[in-house]
Design a protein around this ligand. Sequence first.
Ligand SMILES: *Cc1c(COP(=O)(O)O)cnc(C)c1O
Length: 938
Amino acid sequence: MVDAVGVPADEDRTAAERFMGAAVPSVIRTGAPQGAGALPQHGLSEAEALAELREIAARNRVLTPMIGLGYSDTLTPSVIQRNVLENPSWYTAYTPYQPEISQGRLEALLNFQTMVGDLAGLPVANSSMLDEATAVVEGMLVARRAVRGGGNVFVVDADALPQTKAVLAVRAEALGIELVELDLAGGAPLPEGVFGALVQYPGASGRVWDPSGTIDAVHVAGGQTVVAADLMSLTLLASPGSMGADVVVGSTQRFGVPLGFGGPHAGYMAVRQGLERQLPGRLVGVSVDAEGRPAYRLALQTREQHIRREKATSNICTAQVLLAVMASMYAVYHGPDGLRAIASEVMTKTGLLRDWIAETGVEIVNDTFFDTLTVRVPGRAGEVVARAREGGVQLHRFDADTVGVSVGEATTMTDLHRVAVAFGGPAERSFGYVGGQGAAKVPESLRRADEYLTHPVFHSHRSETAMMRYLKRLADKDYALDRGMIPLGSCTMKLNAATAMAAITWPEFGRIHPFAPREDVPGYLEMIDQLEAWLADVTGYDAVSLQPNAGSQGELAGLLAIRGYHRSRGDVHRDVCLIPSSAHGTNAASAVLAGMRVVVVATDEGGNVDLDDLRAKIAAHADSLAALMITYPSTHGVYEHDVLDITAAVHEAGGQVYIDGANLNALVGHSRFGDLGGDVSHLNLHKTFAIPHGGGGPGVGPVAAKAHLAPFLPSHDAAQGDGDTAGIGPVSAAPYGSAGILPITWSYIRMMGREGLTEATSAAVLAANYVAARLKDHYPVLYTGESGLVAHECILDLRPLKERTGVSVDDVAKRLIDYGFHAPTMSFPVAGTLMVEPTESEDLAELERFVDAMIAIHTEAERVGAGEWPADDNPLANAPHTAAAAVASDWPHPYERELAVYPAGTAEAKYWPPVRRVDQAYGDRNLVCACPPVDAFA
Ligand SMILES: *Cc1c(COP(=O)(O)O)cnc(C)c1O
């Protein structure tokens, strides 16, 4: 075996090359010549890579960011930074599809939902959105679904955040929704045909106003209101829910999540009663386990795009779980009174700054405020902003006459003084401690009167000792990569090396505002440029945008690029997107959101794209063909030989080829999408390029394209880099998306080099083939390539076993928990199967442990089939087994306790699930999506 970062002996390297020669069809072996291209040939050592990254980081200037616009200077409690953000038990976990081994993060996410719902004043919240701007887009789509058959106009508050307006414009255009911008606070009348409206509360200008009249007017017009709210301000201000808002969205960044030059942060969404089944994203709920005790799990999973495909209403898959956990823990740690105190101090400081600025005689535009002031300084905005920057503070220049100032939790009195000086205030001033009297300045009618965060969890962990132990207790309930392998097909759960993780908490990367001036972020821009060049080199494309916050958003961006390209050539009628039936659900969902019509292409017996059907579909839609979306290697884990014929057929018909890059870990260094006929792809940096999965996010989904599509890639008005403002507009709120975690991928690639990346691919493919070969006599391998080999993952067919023994995929997956494993991907892309992807990060001993467990489980299933144990009372049907069940005085089962909880090979790596098997159906019938009262657990 080849270790991911080690150097293999020569004889191993040639063996690996020979093996890859057999596994990868020669027609697709197009890897860039070794030694050429932007990617360095050799990797650096950990120490060397960190030293180089330190130099890059040092070029960023860490000033006090008072730019605002939805991003606030916050203080991450150290106990949360160390025990969540820097703790592999939290950051290496997978999306909690297996609830029995995810109770810790599910509880944290339920806390998040309760926090959001309470503050927003609405009953149901989901467990994170990608960012505020896309949450607003999803809110608009919820409104449209809720008023089916209504008008086509969505009203946008003139005082909404500029990046929100820009993302809305891109997304509405693709769907044919008409946006109308109005001064809602000024009482502008609504136009005809309104299905919804967006209100920003408080406004981007800082103004705090009462939107209840607008909300009522929208309802009278038959529409729904989406309120984008600053969650921190809602500790003092009346909640949007109490004013009748239907949907409340926003960001939880200022709940202790570093700015990171734009992300990752958890966006949020809450909805009123009646809209819960319209909620996009993931929803954590409460159900019961096999013993009838409460247990958490993801509710309404069948709404997910994996299942709904072209009927999906959202394409969100990876969300922002790790950041949602951080934000929820910030609320748990501070409690409602702590949050109120923070908000009150922010407001007090803003009031003080307002007085100091007003002393200089300039006009302050907003007479109500929470944390932001808009100041008119005719002709002097540039000068004021420059003077503040000399004093170490970044302000926002709206235009030549207007400056924006925003106060955050981390803003000091010295910072305020420097800002006042920049506006012309006196150089000397004495100031002492400022208390938190701000709340008293909230206009009477908007004062928050109701209680929030009353659940005991927001009152019980208020010391560092208690908090540390709460986080440990939750982490101990979960299975993450720090316990053993997570062999998830399609999700590439590889090592997230500690060295690669190191830089994300450096202030030079963490405390940088996404709209910081270009002069202050040369380090970021250099890192981004390098990374874009490396990813272009690896994929054979010409241009890369790092803006999308997840693979699904990269898909959307790539399809919008195709759409823009066709339209620029007058081909406005090209709107059909061909998608193989085996594709990941997000593909179809993204196509619909890009305004395309989905036409499904069949797959043949071997699991490959059915070429005849493809040709027939191309012929049937020749004039309207926009694109083909394929995954390579396919979601069946096979290198298709025909890929060049497939892409050529699409090009001949005038279509563009989108290659889904989720399986790039099977290709890096050996072949390139651009050389296979791809025009555009997304990559998943949280799969192939070592960003941790975080329990379901963060992610980065760069979109990479050939030169002819480059002008149609995402752009952003506030982008600091050259050439990043010329595309179709933004798909994310921040110019470089989740820039704060790019140092992880940068470090990974820098330490691997072309050589290391190429070897990692070989090791990943070898590991998958090893598992397939060892298990195929027990579980048939569903699909292989012409060589009889698989790519980086293999699909094990459990349907024959089920037929023979009655034991289901679910039973096997849950029994794996007793053996100390996370189940492979279940029933995707084929029902009744398990898809295993071991990755290059697992050593031979761990692969053997997994193979042995799978074989032992197979033997158990055969014993059930042979009638040795009843079908409803055996180690598989009862799995997983808890410690409590094993030591209970009553053990009514026909098999030994030892077999139940210590089956062969588990002694060293025993993992104890905290709950028995969770009843999914019960939870969906009895939807509880906020922290249940404590007596529910009695
Ligand atoms: C993971 C995945 C996606 C979606 O990516 P996200 O980052 O989760 O949005 C799309 N296609 C395939 C094949 C995938 O495996």
